[in-house]
Design a protein around this ligand. Sequence first.
Ligand SMILES: [Zn+2]
Length: 386
Amino acid sequence: MKKTFIALAVVFTAFVFGQTISVYQSRVDLVSATNINNFLSEFEALGVKTTGSTANANTLAWLKNKYSEFGYSASSIQEQSWTQSGYTSKNLIVTKIGTGSNASKFIIVCGHFDTIVGRGTNDNGSGVALILELARILATVPTDYSIKFINFSGEEQGLLGSRAYVAGTLVPSLANTAFILNIDEIGGVTTKANTTVTCESDQTSAGGTANNAPSLAITTNLATYIRNYSSLQTTMSYAYASDYMPFEQKGYVITGLFETNETPHKHSSTDLKSNMDPAYVTNITRGVVGAMQHFAGASTDPTPLSTVSANISERVSLYPNPAQDNVNVGVDAKYFKVFISDLTGKRVLQSENQQNIDISALTNGAYILTTQIGNESVSKKLIVRK
Ligand SMILES: [Zn+2]
């Protein structure tokens, strides 16, 4: 009996550790409780961020500044202005371009930054803090997929910002989007033990039912990764009443996170850091940093981006960059293909075996230029500036 038990124990241990990747774990360990605390305090100090208010605009500027500090270039940070139902505000969209063959496919991580009545440190400063810390840690990590970090406004008036986004021109197509992960209200309750996070899948038929099964699969994996990379338990539930719903209604695959101990302070002046559990936010962030590396195909090379020696990446150079009417793809191969996509993943140009490419038809902005040599491909950011 004892021998059998030991053998089983070994198998079980191997199984558990098989779920984590040590390089990913080392990046999970970069999640800083101090950062999460500071993000929450700074968010709270920005006041009541009602959609359209000065405090709301100041929060958007604060967010932009954070992404810049993390190393995201001006061309990868977009503001989207919108007017809906008598409200005018802005969403903030930050695009991290993937470096692999799935670079034209996006994972969207989103959460609203507007609040109502109170300062909203839990609803949704907690989601904002997680997204900032995730974006900070992934900034220098090459990923196969592209990622968009989106901070929506107008959520509290009826998902106005996310509705404007899915109705607009900046959203990647269904085919170019892997899934949407929405983070809304993950602060927990200070008087309770916050040991479980709720993972939400699509259980409605509003956007057709074809997206329900993939949503459940993603959500199940998300829950597994969270358990593996944090000390939390998970519980499964359904998605409702937050910024993933406009995506769901268009057929996108969605998933979401929500606190299991639900705060009694939401939408009131007492939605403050003192009434929530910042350590819980840190713990959930650890789980999401682990999960997102698996989902996005993060590099397993432990060295930072500046010293990553991906062979194909070194074989391809772009110049000039920024470029005006022509860009040169320096490549040591006779047969290769070049695809250029915009930041929604839409292909705008392609060519074959051509080092000098006419891009005079492209308007100003950031693009993804993918060079394919044989079975390998590498994507790089191309800036067009006339
Ligand atoms: Zn919320």
